[in-house]
Design a protein around this ligand. Structure first.
Ligand code: ADP
Ligand code: ASP
Ligand code: MG
Length: 402
């Protein structure tokens, strides 16, 4: 007997047939004598639809608490429907909302972090031989208010349960059959990976490969939970995410794009020491995540500093820069949303010179201009015009993985 934690994303439970398909996967494992806990997301586009509904009521600033109250409803529907399907198939089952399953989070509505899981209820239900269906993406804060974990957060819910119950593996079922070298829906010749390390997967997820939520990978690494990404529609082996892989280090493991980027430029700054410190210190105080940074060469005593932030933080970033107006002088501050970040990831590049040059050459050949660059040991990212996104990803993928 094993304890199995499974997670099914929105497309896997989108309609009646998909729900019964998922119910069968769960029941098959249960009938083999396993304990099965399943985390589910809201059906199909439910979360997006709920966000639209909220905007119909108020297109200004909606309180994050009420937004969480609304969005948690999506998962409440899917857990109940899946439990009903399993009931119909004659197996004992119980659905639980996040709070019933013991998910305690901080109070950061919309992007809450799990503090701990009180597993008493889950353990009691397992002892009663129930199949357990848990609503993903949600928890409860210390004021007994509902919270959500951020988009794609059901992956994290599943990994958290697997970690809390020391399950040996957590299976993430989705609408593709594994992790690919690029989004298989967009890139011709994207290849499926048998295995990938936590570190590489974390970079891919953070840089735009939506197949796994980055916090879930972070948590899987921290608690050594092996992940398997696999299809809910086809029975075949997926991709294993773990600490070390047997595979030879590939130079590049994947290519990603991320449109959730805004460039902010502070123009006409005084070219003197301490300016960058004051800007980035203020951004840090406002909790803005800065990624790429570019400083122009000082001319005539002035310089410009540009940097990128996640799109949802651009207003906060502007506000923080404007709050500096009395401390540092600058002519203007501008934003530009027409950009995309293209990245390559691979542990192999650490020991391989020339990777950056190869990426830049591929973009040059495709006549794509690079606006900014950042690198780490295992990734290189460039900022380009948004309308060249698909072409850039395909071109870079062809160069390294074609
Ligand atoms: P779910 O609803 O199951 O959570 P998501 O839509 O969040 O599913 O994630 C699955 C999608 O991620 C796939 O349909 C695919 O288009 C996309 N994707 C992006 N990058 C990759 C990648 N490198 N490998 C596999 N899928 C990817
Ligand atoms: N339903 C939530 C979302 O769409 C959580 C998830 O799917 O993981 O983001
Ligand atoms: Mg997802």
């Amino acid at each position: 007997m094993a304890l199995i934690v499974k997670k099914f994303g929105g497309s896997s439970v989108a309609d009646k047939d998909r729900i019964f398909n998922v119910a069968k996967i769960i029941v098959d494992d249960y009938k083999k004598g396993n304990e099965v806990i399943t985390v589910v997301s809201a059906q199909g586009d439910t979360t997006d639809d709920l966000i639209e509904k909220a905007k119909e009521i108020n297109d200004g600033s909606i309180s994050k608490r009420e937004m969480d109250m609304l969005l948690t409803a999506g998962e409440q529907i899917s857990v109940a429907l899946l439990a009903m399907a399993i009931e119909k198939m004659g197996c004992p089952v119980i659905s639980l909302l996040g709070w019933q399953a013991g998910f305690n989070t901080d109070s950061n509505h919309g992007i809450a972090r799990i503090k701990n899981i009180n597993t008493d209820r889950i353990k009691a239900e397992l002892a009663k031989k129930n199949i357990i269906i848990v609503a993903g993406f949600q928890g409860l804060n210390k004021y007994d208010d509902l919270t959500t974990l951020g988009r794609g957060g059901s992956d994290t819910s599943a990994v958290a349960i697997a970690a809390a119950l020391h399950a040996s593996r957590c299976q993430i079922y989705t609408d593709v059959d594994g992790v690919y070298t690029a989004d298989p829906r967009k890139v011709k010749d994207a290849k499926k990976l048998c295995e990938i390390t936590y570190d590489e997967m974390l970079e891919l997820a953070t840089l735009g490969a939506q197949v796994l939520n980055n916090r879930s990978v972070e948590m899987a690494k921290k608690y050594s939970v092996e992940l398997e990404v696999l299809s809910s529609l086809e029975k075949k082996e997926g991709t294993i995410v773990k600490e070390n892989t047997k595979m030879e280090k590939m130079l590049i493991r994947g290519v990603t794009s991320d449109k959730n980027v805004t460039t902010i430029s502070v123009i006409g700054l005084k070219d003197s020491p301490g300016i960058a410190f004051k800007i980035f210190n203020k951004l840090a105080q406002y909790k803005v995540n800065v990624d790429m940074i570019l400083q122009s060469i000082g001319r005539d005593g002035t310089k410009d500093i540009s940097f990128t932030v996640p799109r949802e933080q651009s207003d906060t970033a502007i506000e923080s820069i404007k709050s500096l107006k009395s401390t540092i002088q600058f002519a203007d501050v501008t934003t530009d949303n027409s950009v995309t970040k293209i990245s390559i990831v691979g542990a192999g590049m650490e020991s391989h010179p020339g990777v950056a040059a190869k990426m830049f050459e591929a973009l040059y050949d495709a006549d794509i201009n690079i606006r900014m660059i950042t690198t780490s040991e295992i990734r290189i990212s460039v900022l380009i015009d948004e309308n060249k996104t698909d072409k850039a990803v395909q071109t870079v993928h062809d160069a390294f993985l074609g």
